[in-house]
Design a protein around this ligand. Structure first.
Ligand SMILES: [Zn+2]
Length: 244
């Protein structure tokens, strides 16, 4: 009997640890904000000790005549999720990115406000991250910046399906091309960085598109109202070069 109790206690302790890692509370300000992410959990230590962190301010990129990338989004969205950190748009199949001769599948895209990346010091109203993964589990993120300006059809569609409640999800079945938020030109800046949220994992291929989109003041304000500001500040380059 005593052995069984010990076994159960051990199992409960293990389950507790597993939960603790996943459920570490982090935010964009205050005690659990970006300055403290690296101390909130052992799993987040890269946020503090990593040397290739994202986002960055893109200043004086080096001219390298990069091979073109191909964004082929033929599929549709499936849902808009309020995960408490961002509005995430889940997608179905048939959405790919070709880069470095490899195919990466689109996992999801999500929104930050204000922008996380800056260009020559300029902060933008919003930034969308299209997160892709290849067969080896490597990540490539395409970032699209938005200035405050004309109303965006895609942001209107997403905004209309955005759940107000944290943890909630609303279905949204729309072809990604119909959202008109991905520009035709794939000219971009490229550098090696990280996830911009805990656990801040490095080895992420970052492709920041040069074509900047627009969203209206009301649309930006609506996202801020639902999710709050959700942008990590620029991180040190530590000798990294941005190419274009
Ligand atoms: Zn992001």
């Amino acid at each position: 009997m005593r052995q069984i109790v010990l076994l159960l206690l051990t199992l409960v302790a293990f389950a507790g640890n597993a939960l603790a890692e996943e459920d570490v509370h982090w935010t964009y300000s205050g005690e659990h904000g970006p300055e403290h992410w690296g101390e909130l959990s052992k799993a987040f230590v890269t946020c503090k000790e990593g040397k290739s962190q994202s986002p960055i301010d893109i200043v004086d990129p080096i001219d390298r005549e990069l091979d073109p990338i191909v964004l082929s989004y033929r599929g549709s969205t499936t849902a808009v999720v309020n995960n408490g950190h961002t509005l995430q748009i889940d997608v179905g199949r048939d959405n790919t990115l070709e880069v470095d001769g490899q195919t990466f599948k689109l996992l999801q895209f999500h929104l930050h406000n204000p922008s996380e990346h800056r260009i020559e010091g300029e902060l933008f109203a919003m930034e969308a991250h299209f997160v892709h993964q290849n067969d080896r589990g490597e990540l490539a993120v395409v970032a699209i910046l938005f200035r405050e300006g004309a109303r965006s059809r895609g942001m209107a569609t997403i905004g209309a399906s955005a759940p107000e409640k944290v943890g909630a999800s609303k279905p949204l079945d729309t072809p990604i091309v119909d959202l008109e938020i991905v520009p035709e030109s794939t000219a971009h800046y490229r550098y090696s960085g990280s996830l911009t949220t805990p656990p801040c994992t490095e080895g992420v291929r970052w492709l920041v598109l040069k074509a900047v989109g627009a969203a209206s003041k009301e649309q930006v304000a609506n996202f801020v109202r639902i999710i709050g500001e959700d942008a990590r500040g620029p991180q040190p380059l530590n000798g990294r070069r941005v190419v274009h």
